[in-house]
Design a protein around this ligand. Structure first.
Ligand code: LMR
Length: 399
C-alpha cells in the first residue's frame, strides 16, 4: 500500500512550525501560525478557562457521548455570541448550531453539506484567503473560484472590484467571507459595505458562508460581530463557522461551531438532520471538553466578565505591537510606509513581501512568516523579538 507513496508537501502554515522547531538559532522568531503570545512569548491558558476547568473536573460525573450535534447549551451560547442576545432567528427557530472540532471542522461539515445539496455549486473565496480553505473545499470536491479583495497599492479593501465580481457570480453559488480580522490581510469591510454585500448576495441568490474565527480580536466582541449580523439581516439563508481557538485560547481542544440559518423552522430541521448524517460519518460526535469550558464561561456572569477582560487584553497588546512595529520600521529609516499595519486588524498583517524576501528572512535570520503575501502573525510579536524582526526586515527590504 505505502511503498510507492510520495511525500505530501508540508502545510503552508503548520508546516512552518516543524521547520521552526528544528532551527537551532537562539534568536529565531516564529510569526507564522496564528497563535497569540503574551509579552513573554508564551501562549498561556486563560484564567477564566482554568477556573471553568476546575469546576468541570469537580462536577463531571460521566464521559458519555455528546449528541451528534453537540450539547443544546453550547448551541445556545454560540448563537448568543454570534447573533447577539434574543435574536429573531432564535424566536423563529431558523438557526441551528452544531458543535464542530474547531473552525476547520465546521468548514468541512458546511462544505460537505453544500456538496450534498448542490454538487455543481462553486465556492468563491477572497483573493487572497487562508490557504487551508482550498484544501478543505477541494477535498469534498467543490470547485473553487476567487473574487478580488485586497488592493496591494493602498493595502486596503478593493471594495468596488469585490462588489462588481459578486454581481457576475451565477445564482446558487456560495460566497465565502471572513466575518472579521480577514486572514491573511487584516482588512475588513466597514458596516455600510457589509450591508451592500448582503444586498448583492441576496439579489443574486448567493449563499453567504462566513468564516468567523477571530471574534473579539479586532475592535471588541460585539463590534466584531457587526458585519456578520448586518449580512444576516439581508440573508434568508447562511452558514456561519466560528472558532474558539483564538478568543478562548482553546487551540488544541478543537472547539468551534457551524451555525446554519434557513428560511423556516422546517428547512432548518431538515438541514440539521443532513448535517448530523455528515458528522456521524466523519467523526461521529464532537469532543466534549472545550465546549464544556466555553459553555461554563459564557453561562457564568463572573467568568464571562473575566474572559471578556482577557480578550480585551489580547486585543490591546496586538494593537500595541502594531504601533511599535510601525514606529521601529520608521526609526530604522525604511522607505516603505508601513502605517497600513496600524489600520489592519486582528492577528495578521499582510506585508506584501515577495516569496524571495520571505525565504531570505527564514534562511538568513531564522524569522518564520507565511509565504503568501508575507503574512505576519502580529499576535506573535513581543518587545523582545520586535527589534530582531524589524532590523532583519529593514535589511531584506534594502536589497
Ligand atoms: C492561521 O491561519 O495561522 C490559523 O488559522 C491556524 C491554522 O490552522 O492555520
Amino acid at each position: 500500500m505505502f511503498d510507492q507513496l510520495e511525500m505530501a508537501p508540508p502545510d503552508a502554515i503548520l508546516g512552518l512550525i516543524e521547520a521552526f522547531k528544528k532551527d537551532t538559532n537562539p534568536d529565531k522568531v516564529n510569526l507564522s501560525v496564528g497563535v497569540y503570545q503574551d509579552k513573554n512569548g508564551n501562549t498561556p491558558v486563560f484564567q477564566s478557562v482554568k477556573k471553568a476547568e476546575q469546576f468541570i473536573l469537580s462536577e463531571e460525573i460521566t464521559k458519555n457521548y455528546f449528541p451528534i450535534e453537540g450539547s443544546p447549551e453550547y448551541a445556545r451560547v454560540v448563537q448568543e455570541l454570534i447573533l447577539g442576545k434574543d435574536h429573531e432567528f432564535n424566536a423563529q427557530r431558523r438557526a441551528v448550531t452544531v458543535h464542530t472540532p474547531g473552525g476547520t471542522g465546521g468548514l468541512r461539515v458546511g462544505a460537505e453539506l453544500i456538496k450534498y445539496i448542490r454538487p455543481e455549486a462553486k465556492i468563491w473565496v477572497s483573493q487572497p484567503t487562508w490557504p487551508n480553505h482550498a484544501n478543505v473545499f477541494r477535498a469534498v470536491g467543490l470547485e473553487m473560484e476567487s473574487y478580488p479583495y485586497f488592493d496591494a497599492v493602498t493595502c486596503a479593501l478593493d471594495f468596488d472590484a469585490m462588489l462588481s465580481a459578486f454581481q457576475q457570480i451565477p445564482p446558487h453559488n456560495v460566497v465565502l467571507l471572513h466575518g472579521c480580522c480577514h486572514n491573511p490581510t487584516g482588512v475588513d469591510p466597514a458596516p455600510k459595505q457589509w450591508a451592500q454585500i448582503g444586498q448583492v448576495l441576496a439579489e443574486r441568490n448567493l449563499l453567504p458562508f462566513l468564516d468567523f474565527a477571530y471574534q473579539g480580536l479586532a475592535k471588541g466582541l460585539e463590534e466584531d460581530a457587526q458585519g456578520v449580523r448586518i449580512l444576516l439581516e439581508n440573508s434568508s439563508e447562511a452558514l456561519v463557522v466560528n472558532s474558539f481557538s483564538k478568543n478562548f485560547g482553546l487551540y488544541n481542544e478543537r472547539v468551534g461551531g457551524l451555525t446554519l440559518v434557513a428560511g423556516s423552522l422546517q428547512s432548518a430541521e431538515a438541514a440539521l438532520s443532513q448535517v448530523k448524517s455528515i458528522v456521524r460519518r466523519n467523526y461521529s460526535n464532537p469532543p466534549a471538553h472545550g465546549a464544556k469550558v466555553v459553555t461554563t464561561i459564557l453561562q457564568s456572569p463572573e467568568l464571562k466578565i473575566e474572559w471578556e477582560g482577557e480578550v480585551a487584553e489580547m486585543r490591546s497588546r496586538i494593537q500595541k505591537m502594531r504601533e511599535q512595529f510601525v514606529k521601529q520600521m520608521a526609526a530604522l529609516g525604511v522607505k516603505k510606509d508601513f502605517s497600513f499595519i496600524q489600520r489592519q486588524t486582528g492577528m495578521f498583517s499582510f506585508t506584501g513581501l515577495s516569496e524571495e524576501q520571505v525565504q531570505n528572512l527564514r534562511d538568513r535570520y531564522s524569522i518564520y512568516i507565511v509565504k503568501t503575501g508575507g503574512r505576519i502573525n502580529v499576535a506573535g510579536m513581543t518587545e523582545k523579538n520586535l527589534p530582531i524582526l524589524c532590523k532583519a526586515l529593514a535589511e531584506v527590504l534594502s536589497e
